[in-house]
Ligand binder design. Structure first.
Ligand SMILES: Cc1ncc(COP(=O)(O)O)c(C=O)c1O
Length: 386
């Protein structure tokens, strides 16, 4: 193989390979519904949103799936519905939206560490952080991998606090044979273009609790029930009909897309498992992940290069990777806290997500594997050159 592009070889990809692409339906499959909303003028929060909610709740087996315009709005409205105050325990190793939502609701995020391997909130640390000021745990199912839900629910029950989940990555994930969407007091999903079920932008608040659902429905509509007499300060978080049309079609293809993605991850794992210094996120027993992202965890000494050197080497090959989630929340300017979270602090600078999308050609996956191997084999020259 030619030497890596970062030391003068030709880039392996002539066109940029993105980290991900939405797997969208054919236009023909949505044309009728799009024409209908144009004709009728019913362009937001109408029959397509209702049918998308029905399809989502029936897929997950959950009582309520309340459509939102984002996962962030869903999380904020769960907090409003539960009338939370004070502190919310949440992992620092998550996307900034989790922490943003807590801050926007006027509460203090208290950052928990993550479990080595699984990369989700560590229940032991969460338990240590509970104080009189704690009102809830907001845990993220990271990259689609369910949290240790049983242990977190036990803590919530024992300490009499609420539990809800950032399930942004999880449409299709399962925990002990049950779909994510059914756990804690509520869960919030994202339908943005990097997810498996895509509604352009959008989200679902899911719950089996009628009161949370009632307040979620009201909360997405400014906080009133049609009477213009607000029960509380809500948002405009309604889903548009066009988004629901796309979302409905992508949901129909979810199982197929998830299978394709799982097969691609199988190829990645097989091809990369023997490369020194690369390990993978562990998936919890009796769980199913969506592989919203496929991260590699690097051991710099064994691999020969740091995460940032690999990132740069891939970029020169026209392969886009992402440093999810680095910096973690407790190191970001907006949320900085001078605390030590040993696992988060160790993982964040060593993690890198590589390209994955449901319709990604297998040959591209194989090419990415060969490229990473080639970069590893030339690590010494790359180090010298940088
Ligand atoms: C873990 C996590 N939470 C929340 C969000 C925000 O989702 P949305 O853009 O739908 O608000 C994202 C977005 O990717 C995410 O990765």
């Amino acid at each position: 193989m030619d030497k890596p592009a970062i030391i003068g070889g030709r880039p392996r990809f002539t066109e940029v390979l993105p980290i991900t692409k939405p797997t969208l339906p054919d236009y023909e499959s949505i044309r009728g519904n799009v024409e209908d909303i144009m004709k009728t003028g019913m362009v937001t929060n109408s029959k397509n949103v209702r049918s998308f909610e029905k399809a989502a709740s029936s897929y997950m087996g959950v009582k309520h799936a309340v459509a939102m315009n984002s996962c962030t709005a869903g999380m904020m409205l769960v907090m409003k519905s539960l009338k939370l105050r004070g502190e919310v325990i949440t992992p620092s190793f998550t996307f900034c939206a989790t922490t943003n939502a807590i801050e926007w609701c006027g509460m203090k995020p208290v950052f928990a560490d993550i479990e080595e391997g699984y990369l989700c909130a560590d229940p032991n640390h969460v338990n240590e952080l509970v104080t009189k000021k704690t009102s809830a745990i907001l845990a993220t199912h990271v990259f689609g991998n369910p949290c240790d839900i049983g242990a977190l629910q036990d803590i919530a029950d024992d300490r009499k606090i609420r539990l809800f989940f950032d399930a942004a990555h999880c449409f299709g994930s399962e925990y002990k044979g049950k779909k994510i969407g059914n756990f804690g007091d509520a869960e919030s999903f994202s339908l943005s273009p990097t997810k498996l079920v895509v509604a352009v932008e959008g989200g679902f608040l899911t719950t089996n609790d009628d009161e949370i659902a009632r307040l979620g429905i009201m909360g997405r509509d400014y906080g009133h029930d049609g009477s213009y007499d607000c029960e509380f300060a809500g948002l405009n978080a309604r889903m548009e009909e066009f988004n629901a049309i796309i979302g409905n079609e992508t949901l129909k293809r979810l199982e197929k897309n998830l299978q394709m993605r799982t097969d691609l991850v199988g190829i990645y794992r097989q091809g990369l498992s023997k490369v020194p210094g690369i390990s993978f996120q562990k998936i919890r027993d009796r769980s199913r992940t969506t592989y919203k992202d496929f991260p590699l965890i690097l051991d710099e000494k064994e691999f020969g290069l740091s995460r940032d050197q690999l990132y740069e080497s891939l970029r020169m090959e026209n392969i886009i990777s992402k440093k999810y989630f680095d910096p973690p929340s407790h190191k970001q300017r907006a949320f900085r806290q001078d605390i030590r979270l040993p696992v988060t602090d160790s993982i964040a600078p060593r993690i890198i997500s590589i390209p994955l999308f449901s319709h990604m050609p297998k040959d591209d996956v194989k090419k990415v594997i060969e490229t990473i191997k080639n970069i590893h084999e030339n690590a010494e020259d790359i180090r010298k050159a940088l």
